[in-house]
Design a protein around this ligand. Sequence first.
Ligand code: GLU
Length: 475
Amino acid sequence: MQGKQGGFTASVNAMYDKAVGLMDLSPGLVEKIRVCNATYTVRFGVRLRGEIHTFTGYRSVHSEHMEPVKGGIRFSLAVNQDEVEALAALMTFKCALAETPFGGSKGGLCIDPNAWDAHELEQITRRFAYELIKRDLISPAQNVPAPDMGTGEREMAWIADQYKRMKTTDINGNACVTGKPLNSGGIAGRVEATGRGVQYALQEFFRHPEDKGKAGLSGTLDGKRVIVQGLGNVGYHAAKFLSEEDGALITGVIERDGAIYSEAGLHVDAVQAHIRQTGGVQGFPGATYTADGAALLEAECDILIPAALEGVIHEKNAVNVQAPLIIEAANGPVTAEANDILLAKGCVIIPDLYANAGGVTVSYFEWVKNLSHIRFGRMERRAEEARHQRLVDELERLSANTAVPWKLSDTFKRDYLRGAGELELVRSGLDDTMRGAYRAMREVWHDRGDVHDLRTAGFVVAISRIASSYQAKGL
Ligand code: GLU
């Protein structure tokens, strides 16, 4: 939305320019990495409700230094070329930072998904997919979409099925899209992945006293007051895990119809159930409601999680934001101008290209699973359990021969003996990715005197990896 020259792409470019300004790259390479390689616009008609409706969709490919290119497809009336290009660029940097071996892409269909019933949406989605598949803009080897705003497992299953109908001999057809339902080639833990990644990102941040100190915070996540904007898939899972597993207090939730606040902390599942029943947060028992939802972005809290739209913290409200720590669960929630204002105030921002990389990371695992045609853990799980059982048996045998025999507790045995299934492996791989990417970013943040914020550090890491990959190709 807003940026230095008023656009989302301009905002991403401003952040990119700030980072490359600190790097020693040739101007030609700087330009090559910045520009969006191609954007395909399609207008297609679908006969629905007795007449032909024309829809406009996009698939933008930002960088092909690695293939396939990767990124979601969103369904929203706000979709436009500037938006998909900015989001595609963010995918390039996100994939490089998270070490998922993809270039960056993004798609969008200009549609209000709530205006159509499921059967109509299926026809529209299949038609859009058809247009992209026949141009290799959906393909396991070249371009692999995923869910984004307004899309989910259902749409991904339609896209995968459409691909397989058109490419009947492609044995890797399932890998043409990620975020599919588990029973149609999906992977355990993909739905929760982006929110889970936000939780792992915050856990990692809180492991570093120096870093939380920069935000004026100390201790653990336990008791920290959190305001979340958007209780969609990402915001819901982040808020749920942070409150249920880390003891954080979700003091505020901002939704389309306004915001609710409670010092004591909101029960995330109860709020979500209320939204499902009533269409909004208004009337949620035990909380204060305000119709001006955006006002809560400026309320006092320890952590602010914008998990909805881009451009929600801009040059007008940034100065009023009180949160000392912002974690960008959405893509581009803080504009380039707002970013500068917040940094000048001492706010620490955990940037989108890192914070919401959990989704594409687990998409990567799903793509690998699809190409290997086997569920993670299937070969080793029982062997691992048998080995653990041998150790436990041996320890118990040894203990029986000691003067004071001891026993391993039943809970220890239960947890230790269980071999890792797919969900545990996915979470482990995601946690490892989030820790590794954070460490790469913070090294640049702390070691280089000229990098003063995590976003610039993240861009520097990502851009240098992309640059090496272009250089290796001889460009
Ligand atoms: N749409 C998500 C994002 O913006 C996920 C992309 C993917 O899994 O490819 O990161």
